[in-house]
Write a protein that binds this ligand. Sequence first.
Ligand code: FAD
Length: 454
Amino acid sequence: MSQLPTPVLDALTAIVGAEYVVTGAAACRQGSGDCYWYSPVLKPLLENKAADVIVHPGTVDELIAVVALAARERVPLILRGAGTGNYGQGVPMQGGILLNTKRLDRILELTPAAAKVETGILLKTVEQQARAIGAELRFFPSTLLTATAGGFLAGGSGGVGSITWGTLWDPGNVLGATVVTVEAQPQVIQVSDYQALQGVIHNCGLTCVIVDLTLALAPAQPWEQYALAFADIEAALRFAQALAYDEHVPKRLITALEWPLPSYFPLLVRAGASVEGKAQLLLQVVLDPAAMRARAEAAGGAVTWHGPHADYLRRGLWLVDYTWNHTTLWAMKADPTLTYLQDAFDPERLFEQVRLRKARYGAGVLEHVEFMQARGRIVPQGLSVVRHHSKAQLWELIAYCEEIGMRIANPHTHYLDEDSRWNGQPILDAKAAWDPHNLLNPGHLRAQEKMDTP
Ligand code: FAD
């Protein structure tokens, strides 16, 4: 049963309709979780947390009325898209109203240059509609098929396409957002200034309620998909790095995987794309098969699978399903003692850092590297798959990675201000201005928790 007073529940029902109000304990628990269970540290902390009620507004007016009610009644308000976030930052820590945005799913404006969309639209829909007019998303998470646009803006960072376009923080990728403040009389604010957007991007539902957003698009490309095999991870990384810096090849995906990670992908094994004992590259590029074969062979590798452009978006094998954090998912399915780290290599020290870790941890750390750009620089972004024994062992590994000059975004904390992508002051300023009663997503800022503890 919901802990909220009956008049609050009645008011919510009056706003969105009984069909779109969920109060059952089991249903609330189910609708409150995100993908925090990727982390063996977060799982026991978050698995029993739930909202008191879940509402599904169908219009912006309904959303604003729910926000106003939460502000008037001083009830915690948690925003939810598809719930594919990995860090538990969408999990209600103190009950309250969980506002699911998925019915707000309209495309408001679409040109080859940009898409203005409501927050709850699936990124897949944006990509498909953009491609129909010769454009495509600049980049997207590997959860393209399930994630919402607003959830990506508020909880994501980058993904497939980031090798060319960078991340959400890079200028020109996010062109604007409409946000609602959490007040008894909510304000609707258009944010388009780059500085102000820093309080919206990756705010993890802490600063504002995003109603719509405008994402810059890219011209659509006829992507080819390739799987390549190399003798070892260093050979694969050398090829990947050269490709990442090659300005003549349009690219969307450059993923390097140490063996046995390729063995965890059943469909790729069946297709012959994963080869026993070999490191693997998964690529989406514009390069014809003969040229790719020649390049691979010159570097001592081989093309093991090629998917033509017709296979794009799941009409067949879609390599994206095995990259970014999907790699971790397959690894955890194959071996539940595995988890992951988000560990950026220093581009100048990539091979040295790989060797140092290998010498210390052996098969306890399996290299998974996504090549991407961030703030104009090509970065080998690790999503290393690691064997987990205890929190202390994970923390020791993180400390060692930092000691050898790697940059860790710890995916085993749900506190936004412990994430290396924490934007600091712009988020705090936005929170103070737009959430004056501190109702948005409480319990996910370590600094605030310390202040609240007597
Ligand atoms: P949710 O999980 O619902 O929400 C994410 C955060 O945003 C929460 O804190 C929530 O409170 C907040 N939020 C949601 N909507 C609003 C709103 N309207 N206003 C304010 N706050 C809001 N992420 C990447 O960046 N790149 C990847 O490649 C990637 N790969 C992934 C692969 C797997 C297998 C999984 C499980 C996750 C991956 N993620 C990745 C994380 C996640 O899928 C993406 O960031 C995704 O875009 C989140 O969208 P969502 O709709 O699921 O958001």
